[in-house]
Ligand binder design. Structure first.
Ligand code: ADP
Ligand code: MG
Length: 245
């Protein structure tokens, strides 16, 4: 079980702060959705938590792995990324590899699984995201929702204890979003810790236990999903949600 803690995280691009004193926690088995407008710093925050980008102040803690400011602070990042899966908005699938090969790749290379074992595991994971019949397909033969589910299966292939997702439904047509949401709800049911960032209130409403609003790099408010989305307390929160609802 994984707990994610972010304390006082700040990050600057040139001299401009894109994240300012951001703190959050995701309890084991909990789903936190960080919601905010475009440019709020959501992707940057997620990359910092994943150990993919350095930051300037604060601390990220995922179980016993601690990331500290600066490039050296990422040294725990490689170990952390073996236990934490990361899903991007644009799927990031290898176009010349079949669905199952995309899923089997990291277990082969990083965990040194035998080819046949990795293939069997990949087929099981594709079945789990409802894609057993599409295992031999190449990415260009899959719909957006299918590609995103392959990306989820690929993240699951490393047996992560937590999944981080960046706008994972944003590029999908409304009817395809549901396929991904359903998959997320199933994983949630299995106790996976989820940290998702999005500008989509719908995703937050469907999967979040708690929501944190991020505006201009700052945490504006946070709370249980229903309460926060229906009765935001702060003017910034009210402003953001009123523009969307
Ligand atoms: P979001 O994901 O919420 O849309 P981002 O984290 O992508 O926001 O970006 C937050 C801010 O940081 C934006 O103003 C963006 O232009 C800026 N930014 C992101 N990446 C870089 C970079 N590599 N260099 C300079 N500025 C960046
Ligand atoms: Mg983004």
């Amino acid at each position: 079980m994984v707990r994610i803690l972010v304390r006082g995280l700040s990050k600057f691009f040139a001299s401009r702060a894109v994240l300012e004193d951001v703190s959050l926690s995701v309890e084991p088995g909990e789903t936190l959705v960080v919601l905010g407008p475009s440019g709020a710093g959501k992707s940057t925050l997620l990359r910092c938590v994943a150990g993919l980008s350095p930051f300037d102040a604060g601390e990220v803690q995922v179980n016993s792995w601690v990331l500290r400011p600066g490039a050296q602070g990422l040294s725990a990042g490689a170990a952390l990324r073996q236990r934490v899966g990361f899903i991007f908005q644009d799927f990031g699938l290898f176009p010349h590899k079949r669905a199952w090969e995309n899923v089997a790749l990291a277990p082969r290379l990083v965990r040194k699984l035998e080819a046949e074992t990795a293939r069997e595991q990949a087929l099981e994971l594709l079945a789990k995201v409802g894609l057993a019949a599409r295992a031999e397909a190449y990415p260009h033969q899959l719909s957006g929702g299918e590609k995103q589910r392959v990306a989820i299966a690929r993240a699951l292939a490393m047996a992560p204890a937590a999944l981080l997702g960046d706008e994972i439904t944003s590029s999908l047509d409304p009817e395809l979003k549901w396929e991904v949401v359903e998959t997320l709800l199933r994983l949630k049911g299995e106790g996976l810790t989820l940290l998702l960032v999005t500008h989509e209130v719908g995703l937050a409403r469907q999967v979040a236990d708690r929501v944190l609003l991020l505006v201009e790099g700052k945490v504006v408010e946070e709370g249980p999903t229903q309460t926060l989305l229906s009765r935001p307390r702060t003017p910034r929160g009210q402003q953001f949600l009123s523009r969307l609802l």
